[in-house]
Design a protein around this ligand. Structure first.
Ligand SMILES: [Zn+2]
Length: 148
């Protein structure tokens, strides 16, 4: 059986969260959702936080052209060379400035220096919990649903 995760990441790829703040968010989430586990991970440089088996397409935020998989794989390899510190790209389809973090991932994915993983939740994450976590972490967040 595969595992299902709800991952919460700061919307900005370079936004840092202290271990204390991450702890507070974990404790809060444990009180608002029933799940197998709730864990925080903090990274030195941005990590790609993906939706696992839910990934169907990656497309341009401007013109909607699919950039999956050849162009994207190459862009990811390039960005990985400097540990995802620089995510700027020029879209190959319409030649516009963008970022790997701003592409249209279906389902959503993102880059972050911190993530909170809710493993095998038995219920949906309520909107009010998300708002409270944003307050605790003092940043807008992105919610990523992932199956691995
Ligand atoms: Zn485009």
């Amino acid at each position: 059986m595969s595992d299902y995760y709800i991952k919460i990441i700061p919307a900005g790829s370079d936004r840092r969260i202290s271990p204390q703040t991450a702890d507070r968010a974990v404790k809060y989430l444990q009180s608002c959702i029933i799940a197998y586990s709730v864990e925080a991970h903090i990274y030195e440089t941005p990590a790609f936080v993906d939706c696992g088996g839910y990934l169907q397409d990656i497309s341009c935020p401007y013109c909607g052209k699919s950039l999956f998989t050849e162009w994207w794989t190459e862009a990811m390899n390039k960005a990985y060379e400097n540990n995802f510190r620089k995510l700027d790209i020029k879209t190959p389809c319409c030649n516009k400035d963008s970022s790997l973090n701003e592409l249209q991932y279906d389902f959503p994915c993102g880059f972050a220096c911190a993530e909170i993983d809710i493993m095998n939740p038995r219920e949906e994450l309520m909107e009010e919990c998300i708002i409270e976590v944003e307050k605790l972490m003092n940043t807008p967040v992105r919610i990523i649903y992932s199956r691995v």
